[in-house]
Write a protein that binds this ligand. Structure first.
Ligand code: PBG
Length: 325
């Protein structure tokens, strides 16, 4: 049977009907707000390439975390920008490094009302901008980097974070971090693994957000955008190594990978609606080329529809308002 007996438009006739048959939900608890904190910022500093997003001070970060609680968000993802960077990213492992202080501050502010997550990667802390340390030939040294990630994980756990989020795409990073946490009896600290993370041009604005000094690219560790099966393989490996949750990143160009990973694993799946995806919408909306608010909700709903249980988005707070209104 088909037309004229079947008329799918019947279920689209009124707002009430459309609401009744909507397949996908978008709820505050499913959204995670990434937040940047700068060691030196005297006041919140706008990030030019990400209109509406700032590098926080320690004080304004606490306020943002409190806003996230009030909005009913699922969590926050913290990124630290140190005043000084060096070859091995020392600031990442010191207990009084900016990210570890920020975790302590935020956990003191929100307690158990919000899931506090932290980026576990060296790129914000190294003067060369890579996600790991370099060998004498200038290549990213996987296994030496793992040792630093282990120390970083323990420092973040000691600061009280709920989930560490290794994002450097080093082989074995999840298992290594898990063993390091357990050795220090941080059994309750979980791992949200950036499992399928692609070498993307859409990270551009983020590089300004973290004052990145990267020359070149990350293609020897982040994935080739041409590969989908490899993303599933990475996610499966991370689950085997002990990841409590996995992530696909970026989101919009990789919705097929989100779907494939959702089908392949039995842990919650997150997707990161990254800086370039945010800034493209903001830039087009600022020119009047698209309806900004509709584009925000459509973007986040599409990522959920593809299979993401959790969505990291710079619009998290605003999306909650849009959903309420
Ligand atoms: C690595 C990291 C990056 C992002 C999150 N974690 C940058 C990169 O891998 O180059 C990008 C986030 C975004 O673009 O919004 N620490």
């Amino acid at each position: 049977m088909g037309y004229p007996d079947i008329r799918p438009r019947r279920l689209r006739r009124t707002p009430a009907l459309r609401r009744l048959v909507a397949e996908t939900t978008l709820e505050p608890r499913q959204l995670v707000l990434p937040l940047f904190v700068h060691e030196d910022a005297p006041e919140p500093t706008p990030i030019k390439s990400m209109p509406g997003v700032v590098q926080h001070t320690r004080d304004s970060l606490k306020k943002a975390a409190a806003d996230a609680v009030a909005a009913g968000l699922g969590g926050v993802m913290l990124f630290g920008i140190p005043a000084e960077k060096d070859a091995t990213g020392t600031g990442a492992v010191e207990p009084d490094g900016i990210l570890n202080l920020a975790i302590t501050d935020v956990v003191a502010e929100v307690g158990d009302q919000l899931t506090v997550m932290s980026d576990l990667c060296l790129d914000e802390f190294t003067d060369h901008g890579h996600c790991g340390v370099l060998d004498p030939d200038g290549n990213v040294d996987n296994d030496r980097t793992l040792e630093i990630y282990a120390q970083m994980a323990v420092a973040q756990a000691a600061a009280g974070v709920d989930l560490v989020a290794p994002s450097g795409m080093m082989d074995g990073q999840v298992g290594h971090v898990r063993r390091a946490l357990d050795a220090e009896e941080h059994y309750g600290t979980g791992i949200l693994a950036y499992s399928a993370k692609y070498a993307s041009a859409f990270y551009g604005p983020f590089r300004e957000a973290v004052d990145s000094s990267l020359q070149g690219d990350r293609r020897t560790y982040q994935q080739n955008p041409a590969n989908g099966l490899e993303g599933v393989r990475e996610a499966l490996l991370d689950v085997e190594e002990g990841a409590d949750m996995v992530m696909v990143k970026p989101a919009m160009g990789y919705l097929d990978v989100v779907r494939a990973v959702r089908s392949a694993v039995q842990v919650p799946v997150a997707a990161y609606n990254i800086s370039g995806e945010y800034s493209m919408v903001e830039a087009a909306a600022a020119r009047g080329w698209i309806d900004r608010e509709a584009a925000i909700i459509e973007t986040l709903t599409s990522i959920r529809r593809a299979g993401a249980d959790v969505v990291l988005t710079y619009w998290a707070l605003e999306a909650v308002q849009l959903l309420a209104g």
